[in-house]
Design a protein around this ligand. Structure first.
Ligand code: NAP
Length: 239
């Protein structure tokens, strides 16, 4: 499914025994002329679904995505059998409000989270903030809107064309405008939790901001009150 000239979703069959948790990612790729071109992709699906769904950017001269965008039904995609990632519900302490801040295709792991049940058992409320350049890049918008309810709030923002909300989600969070808009108490590290996924600079800036404001990032030393997907930061990521 094409969302915009820049983004598309594709679905693969699920290898037998392939287990994962909501929010994790896997490496996948295509073999071309005997050479494998692998990239990390978050799994959009909920583990209860029979297939695996992924959201990809389309880089016209990108080594993998240009080929993936052309793939036909029945073509083979190589999928690693190791899944990992730091955006599962276990990567933050339980709490009151969980803020999911995504830019672009960084929304992929968060769709998986909200398709699952656990996130709504661990947190009173989930607030999904998605910033994109143009409205068609608000992938999964209809699905998210259909899921909105007492436990799920959705804040889409579009930064490079006219839209009712033109601000970057991270700016809304830092200025406090997000909480005013939603009628919620300002996020605080004692009660609330944050997950970050998307533009590497957004991730970096938010990590710095949160640390400066008393938040503790989840790492090998322990589970904190915010987490970020490190795998995509400056890595050969999902193009
Ligand atoms: P983008 O199209 O460049 O930007 C999307 C939005 O991010 C725009 O609204 C943009 O605002 C905003 N933005 C840019 N820099 C920012 C900053 N420093 N702070 C706050 N907001 C900022 O797309 P992208 O978000 O960079 O690309 C998506 C990222 O998600 C990639 O890095 C990719 O690796 C990652 N990712 C993808 C997957 C997947 O499964 N496909 C999974 C995890 C992560 P302006 O218009 O104002 O610049």
């Amino acid at each position: 499914r094409r969302w915009s000239p820049k983004t598309f979703t594709f679905t693969t069959t699920r290898p037998p025994g392939f287990a994962f948790q909501n929010g994790q990612f896997v490496t996948l790729g295509l073999r071309r002329d005997g050479k494998l071109v692998p990239r990390a992709y978050s799994i959009v699906s909920d583990p209860r679904e029979p297939d695996l769904e992924f959201l990809s950017i389309h880089v016209p001269d990108g080594e993998l995505t240009s080929q993936l965008a052309e793939a036909d039904i029945g073509d083979s995609v190589w999928i690693n059998n190791k899944v990992t990632g730091s955006l599962t519900v276990d990567h933050v302490l339980p709490g009151r409000n969980l803020y999911l801040l995504a830019t672009g295709t960084g929304i992929a792991p968060f769709i998986s989270l909200i398709r699952g049940a656990k996130v709504f058992e661990r947190f009173e409320r989930v607030i999904l903030v998605h910033s994109v350049r143009t409205a068609p890049e608000l992938s999964y918008r209809e699905e998210i809107e259909n899921r909105v309810g007492p436990q799920l709030r959705y804040v889409p923002t579009v930064t490079r064309e006219p839209h009712s909300n033109n601000q970057r989600g991270a700016d809304l969070f830092r200025s406090g405008e997000l909480f005013r808009m939603l009628g919620l108490p300002a996020a605080d590290p004692e009660h609330d939790r944050v997950m970050l996924c998307g533009n590497p600079e957004m991730n970096r800036d938010m990590v710095t901001f949160l640390k400066e404001h008393g938040w503790t990032m989840t790492n090998y030393k322990g589970v904190g009150n915010f987490t970020v997907e490190q795998a995509f930061v400056g890595a050969r990521s999902c193009e």
